[in-house]
Design a protein around this ligand. Structure first.
Ligand code: SAH
Length: 204
């Protein structure tokens, strides 16, 4: 899988090592385990999916680009099965990962137990308002996209921090958005079109 990612242009050594370290087959049903190392999203229950490895790598590369060593605290919105949180745990100091569906939050907890990742904090709740208790964040990544990036997420970024999230743009299509906070303002970049599950409010 990692060789395929490299062939697709992923070059960040830390991201490649983190993707190598986390066994993706441990996050999907046994019936799907034989597809776990293909570049495809897979169902994880409740209509949600584990993102494609190339998409996870792309987002984490955008998060880490140009930054030395482990970055600080990161908020991961949409824990799902916990795969991306596990990969992040190798790249950052602390991961706060929030999921609005209780069954998935519990599944992620079960999936992650054996990995014993002391720096991953799984939270059950609506990630739409971010998670102010952990703010400010050196990074925010979201695996679900709405009509815009919630203002609360932007406000919870540390100076020098970066947010990577899907959102629907004026074109009507979902794109990857990168927002960086500088000492005196923000920059926003719209990157390639993507296809993430919808960002929803409330818990269930
Ligand atoms: N990173 C995950 C991807 C899961 S799919 C993984 O590695 O498996 C995205 C997840 O976002 C879904 O589980 C969905 O329930 C969750 N989600 C959608 N809106 C949310 C919200 N407002 N707060 C928290 N989680 C949300």
């Amino acid at each position: 899988m990692v060789r395929k990612l490299q062939a697709q242009g992923v070059s960040h050594p830390g991201v490649l090592a983190a993707m190598q370290a986390v066994e993706r087959h441990r996050f999907v049903d046994t019936a799907l385990a034989n597809q776990a190392y293909e570049d495809t999203s897979l169902p994880i229950g409740l209509g949600q999916t584990i993102s494609k490895p190339s998409v996870v790598a792309r987002m984490l590369e955008l998060l880490c680009q140009g930054r030395e060593g482990r970055i600080g605290r990161v908020l991961d919105i949409g824990t799902g099965c916990g795969y991306q949180a596990a990969v992040l745990s190798h790249l950052v100091q602390e991961v706060y990962s929030i999921e609005r569906l209780r069954a998935l939050h519990e599944k992620a907890r079960d999936n992650l137990r054996a990995f014993r990742l002391a720096n991953v904090h799984l939270l059950f709740g609506d990630g739409m308002p971010g998670y102010p208790q952990g703010a400010p964040y050196a990074g925010i990544v979201a695996a679900a996209g709405g009509n815009d990036v919630p203002q609360a997420w932007i406000e919870q970024l540390a100076v020098g921090g970066r947010l990577v999230a899907p959102a629907v743009t004026d074109s009507g299509q979902q794109h990857l958005i990168v927002i960086e906070r500088h000492a005196h303002g923000f920059t926003r970049s719209v990157l390639e079109p993507v296809l993430f599950v919808p960002l929803k409010s409330g818990v269930s």
